[in-house]
Design a protein around this ligand. Structure first.
Ligand SMILES: Cc1cc2nc3c(=O)[nH]c(=O)nc-3n(C[C@H](O)[C@H](O)[C@H](O)COP(=O)(O)OP(=O)(O)OC[C@H]3O[C@@H](n4cnc5c(N)ncnc54)[C@H](O)[C@@H]3O)c2cc1C
Length: 465
């Protein structure tokens, strides 16, 4: 790589920051990096706010640390020893007018054992019978090449398991309806259950064994909030050209170099460019250079959501916070789709006579037309009904996330393959971000590492004297 090679990274969320970090830390000679972020703050969806004196994450609040490359990054950033695991286990489901414990032994919402499912009374007798048959029946048909999560679950376990267990669990992790989500991309383990010749039960048991074989929790958080991850990466980019508060507006090519023009009229030229922006922004930036890639990127759907974190006096809660929270199936048509009992899940988020609850809200259209106070009043009334809360919240923070969650719908894999193919005509242009290699933070970090490694390998190498 020639000393003086320059890379422009567009987008300063975790994907862009991590790409910049890996480009700089991947050994000498490292390219110069210019990172361009439209917003005045870095971090993108990662946002920590202070509520009742405590640092609450209003975007992601959980980091999955299963991937060794993510653990290695956390070590390099001196963050691994600060990670804390959840203090509570288990969760409830709001079903037919009350909270019911989610059955043990589930894998991605699919029940692996009948007895806990029976005891939980989450399913009707008919639904339970259908789920039991699904566990025990041997299949003899071969699956469609790209089934949706909905098709897989419905065909094996019936509609109630899909509606009451899988849909609410999936909604918390992936945007989009299970009937639109590609099973291959978001839950490849489920495809194994479709193989003919063996019932689902032993396969689910093997899956549970594989995912539960470690005593180290795979989900963690940082007690100061996940913005500490953003700050740790930013601190290591002191020698980079960080431009915040100004967006990239166009990308052009001049022989073998690229020019990124910014909204303030300035421009930066570079040997390579990484687009770490949402797919619809990357589409606009790529439109002139690769209409084919831009068209496919524009097809990627994004879901919007709202989160609200509420502070209550501890004595206003009539029930113990004996789990991580509860989920609500979409068919219940409630505003609150999930509620994390933050003070139970993350004990650093509690105080004397203070409890924090964090809700994800559906009904995006309605939320976008009303003010924060109205959103909170409605969310509170559902929480009060579900949990017996006797007083309104003393404080709250509402965060609206328009077009925030890329949907891994059917055809997403093919779209990404076509985009990669089209980008072969633009050597030096790379894509990363939540729409590329998985929608969670950990997947963004690993994809950023792979992107930086590939990019470094393509830059010209200095001629040794
Ligand atoms: C409410 C919510 C809860 C979540 N919970 C979790 C969780 O608990 N665990 C988990 O693992 N994941 C979670 N996620 C997903 C996770 O937050 C995202 O996958 C991740 O933050 C995406 O990072 P990113 O850098 O790819 O994208 P972003 O964070 O969207 O960053 C893209 C950046 O590009 C910038 N940008 C846009 N246009 C331009 C332009 N023209 N020029 C320059 N910059 C531009 C944006 O301002 C933004 O900063 C959650 C997401 C949301 C919305």
């Amino acid at each position: 790589m020639l000393p003086g090679s320059r890379v422009v990274v567009i987008g300063g969320g975790v994907s862009g920051l991590a790409t910049a970090y890996f480009l700089r830390s991947g050994g000498e000679p490292a390219p110069e990096v210019c990172l361009v972020e439209e917003s005045p703050r870095l971090g993108g969806k990662v946002r920590t706010r202070v509520l009742s004196g405590l640092p609450v994450d209003t975007g992601p609040d959980t980091l999955v640390v299963r991937d060794p490359s993510v653990r290695a990054l956390l070590d390099e950033l001196d963050l691994r020893s600060r990670l804390v695991p959840p203090a509570a286990r288990g969760a409830y489901l709001w079903s037919r007018g009350r909270l019911r414990p989610l059955p043990d032994g589930m894998e991605l919402g699919v029940p692996g054992r009948l007895w806990p499912l029976l005891r939980s009374r989450v399913l009707s007798p008919t639904g339970l019978l259908r789920a039991g048959l699904g566990l025990l029946r041997t299949r003899n048909t071969v699956a469609d090449t790209e089934p949706s999560v909905g098709e897989v679950v419905r065909s094996i376990f019936g509609p109630e398991v899909l509606d009451r267990l899988v849909a609410p669990l999936m909604a918390g992790r992936f945007a989009g309806s299970p009937d639109m989500l590609s099973a291959r991309l978001v839950a490849p383990q489920l495809l194994d259950l479709l193989r003919p010749g063996q019932p689902a039960y032993p396969r689910l048991r093997a899956l549970r064994g594989a995912s539960g074989g470690t005593t180290t929790p795979s989900t963690m958080t940082l007690p100061g909030g996940l913005e500490d991850l953003v700050e740790a990466m930013r601190q290591r980019l002191d020698d980079c050209d960080l431009r915040t508060g100004v967006g990239a507006v166009s990308l052009t090519r001049h022989v073998d170099r690229y020019v990124v023009t910014l909204a303030d009229g300035t421009s930066v030229d570079a040997d390579a460019v990484v687009l770490a922006t949402p797919a619809f922004v990357s589409a606009d930036l790529l439109h002139a250079l690769s209409p084919a890639a831009a068209n496919d990127l524009r097809e990627i759907r994004y879901a919007s959501t709202t989160t609200v974190t509420l502070a209550y006096p501890g004595h206003a809660l009539r029930r113990p916070l004996d789990a991580t929270g509860f989920l609500v199936p979409p068919s219940e048509n409630r505003l609150v789709t999930a509620c994390t009992w933050s003070s139970a899940k993350w004990p650093h988020l509690s105080g004397p006579d203070l409890v924090l609850l964090r809700c994800s809200l559906g009904n995006v259209g309605w939320c976008s037309t009303v003010d924060d106070e109205t959103v909170v009043r409605h969310a509170h009334s559902e929480l009060a009904e579900a949990m017996g809360i006797t007083q309104p919240p003393t404080e709250f923070v509402v965060s609206r996330w328009p077009r925030a969650l890329p949907e891994y719908t059917l055809g997403h894999g093919d779209r990404l393959r076509r985009v990669a193919h089209a980008l072969r005509d633009l050597p030096g242009v790379f894509l990363t971000g939540a729409a590329c290699g998985g929608a969670g933070l950990a997947q963004c970090l690993s994809h950023a590492r792979r992107t930086a490694d590939t990019l470094r390998a393509t830059l010209p190498v200095p001629v040794s004297s």
